[in-house]
Design a binder for this molecule. Sequence first.
Ligand SMILES: O=C(O)CCC(=O)C(=O)O
Ligand SMILES: [Fe+2]
Length: 206
Amino acid sequence: MQALAPGVHLHPGYLDASAQKALLEEIRAVVAQAPLYVPAMPRTGKPMSVRMTNCGALGWVTDKERGYRYQATHPVTGEAWPAIPKMLLDIWDDVANFPLLPQACLVNFYSADAKMGLHQDRDEQELGAPVVSLSLGDDCLFRVGGTARNAPTASVRLGSGDLVVLGGEGRLAFHGVDRIYPGTSMLLKNEGRINLTLRRVTRGQI
Ligand SMILES: O=C(O)CCC(=O)C(=O)O
Ligand SMILES: [Fe+2]
């Protein structure tokens, strides 16, 4: 385990190749039920470059009119999100050091030219639980800083199977994805990167 910033820990190679393949199959099943869609930025309605879906009781969504939020249904199909695969619940159990299970798993799909600007994950009421983030497929350049936007940042290349935990004083650390390195992994059939982000949303037992 490697500290990228206070409270931000990288577990390089957390999933071996066969676990990555098994998890990818689970995510394919999630996407078959809850298709990837293009989220839009609040107010401007500008499309994000990352395509998204979710599994879990709640999913993180954003659109022009209502902005960033969690909701129980897919914004395009109107269906409830599929359940979080057991493999991911077990991973949370292993690394989160939190007594309750995650409620939301955001599935981010990055094509070769997608990125995600520097931001904090702050749409959750429960900030005592960490954010647990897994990478599958192509490498990316991940950037993480402090809890102020202008704090210095460190960049690290994340590969398939790498896991990052943002917890404690790192829970609100600014972070983002500056670029994808297309063709650096053979896991997916085509180029691209999948990121899975597990979170608690509400406070207390649900
Ligand atoms: O893709 C990643 O590694 C980060 C994703 C992220 O920060 C988010 O979905 O909030
Ligand atoms: Fe984030």
